[in-house]
Write a protein that binds this ligand. Structure first.
Ligand code: KG4
Ligand code: ZN
Length: 348
């Protein structure tokens, strides 16, 4: 609807420079520039390289988003920007840009939480999020289960990884298997030709003794080590490593734990909606398994299309639009970039 606010979102927390534009829940533009190719040979994101790339990409990406949406900066009602968590130098580029545009156009600026934005983006595809909902947030830096009562006010953390994030496990296992960075997409592809039941990899924090203290927490470092040991044993024996089977069995172990704990959280809290967000939510097996298992319990699963799961500007605009609609006050113009912004702070 034309009377809904036009909100622009800027994302620069990691290696993607994103500018998204939404009107209400309608996505008008989602421009992206990635520095991922520059990090690939290091096997992980190099913060200084990411910051420099954001600096070079921010203005062209902004122009592309405005052109695609067919609007000008003067038409924008509010600017949202990822204030954290993320890489400090990378966040600073987006926050400084948002402040500059806000001052130049005399528009309000909202500094928002990157993780809450991964939840909010689903509204662009499936409309308003029924609350309460359980959110499973799985990215390169985070793996959390959250209770979402009111996304504009905050979220309640139920559990999180105690070591590696799910995406980090995909990236590390891919490296072990000689697959490129980031590891999620190549493992997802390779696993399609493999046997998910071929190798019995461990399911972290699912034994009864662990569940008492860590019912909704995750652990993926034991799984990563188990994969490394298995691969090393094959190599020592001079046997070829069946990459597709390892990928499929590893992926199965991750998805099994993520979906089992998410469903347990829904059932324990009497919640009927599960929303999955973050880069790992793009995983085809996770999406299929969540659908299948949730159907058994009458839980509705909401997962945005893969392009909206990985980092982008549209997710920031979606959360900004939600905050504007709820009448949440804008941030101060001296809002900080906070690399360790807690999950419980949705806007600063
Ligand atoms: O949310 P995101 O784009 O950036 C962070 O905020 O971290 O997530 C990136 C992570 C990477 O670890 C990447 O390997 C993983 O998401 N990822 C996937 C898939 N696509 C991206 N993991 C599994 N399967 C995928 N298809
Ligand atoms: Zn992210």
């Amino acid at each position: 609807m034309a009377d809904e606010p036009l909100v622009l979102g800027i994302e620069t927390s990691c290696d993607e420079t994103g500018v998204g534009i939404v009107r209400g829940h309608t996505l008008l533009a989602d421009a992206l520039a990635s520095s991922v190719a520059e990090h690939a040979r290091f096997g992980g994101v190099v913060p200084e390289v990411a910051s420099r790339a954001h600096l070079e990409a921010i203005v062209p990406t902004m122009r592309r988003a405005l052109d695609t949406a067919g609007v000008t900066l003067a038409d924008i009602d509010a600017i949202a920007v990822t204030a954290g968590p993320g890489l400090a130098g990378a966040l600073l580029v987006g926050v400084a840009a948002a402040k500059g545009y806000a001052i130049a156009t005399d528009k309000p600026v909202y500094g928002v939480n990157h993780l809450a934005a991964h939840v909010a983006v689903d509204t662009l595809e499936h409309g308003p999020l029924p609350e309460p909902a359980i959110a499973l947030l799985v990215s390169g830096g985070h793996s959390s289960l959250l209770l979402v009562d009111d996304l504009t006010a905050g979220v309640t953390p139920l559990g999180a990884t105690i070591d590696d994030a799910a995406g980090e496990a995909f990236d590390k296992v891919a490296r072990l298997l000689g697959l490129p960075f980031p590891g999620g997409p190549p493992i997802d592809r390779s696993a399609r030709d493999g046997d998910p039941t071929g190798i019995a990899f461990p399911r972290g924090l699912t034994a009864p003794k662990d569940l008492a203290a860590h019912r909704f927490d995750f652990s993926f470092s034991g799984l990563k080590t188990a994969v490394a040991r298995w691969v090393e044993a094959r190599q020592r024996a001079g046997e070829p490593v069946p990459v597709a089977d390892v990928a499929a069995s590893f992926q199965e172990a991750v998805c099994d734990v993520l979906t089992a704990k998410a469903i347990d959280a829904c059932r324990t809290r009497g919640v009927q909606t599960l929303v999955i967000g973050g880069g790992v939510a793009a995983n085809s097996r996770l999406r299929a398994m969540a659908e299948q298992r949730c159907a058994r319990y009458g839980i509705q699963v909401r997962v945005p299309r893969p392009k909206l799961c990985t980092d982008n500007g549209a997710m920031v605009a979606a959360l900004g639009s939600h905050l504007v609609a709820a009448g949440v006050p804008a941030s101060r113009l001296d809002l900080p970039a906070d690399s360790a912004l807690p999950l419980t702070t949705v806007s600063v």
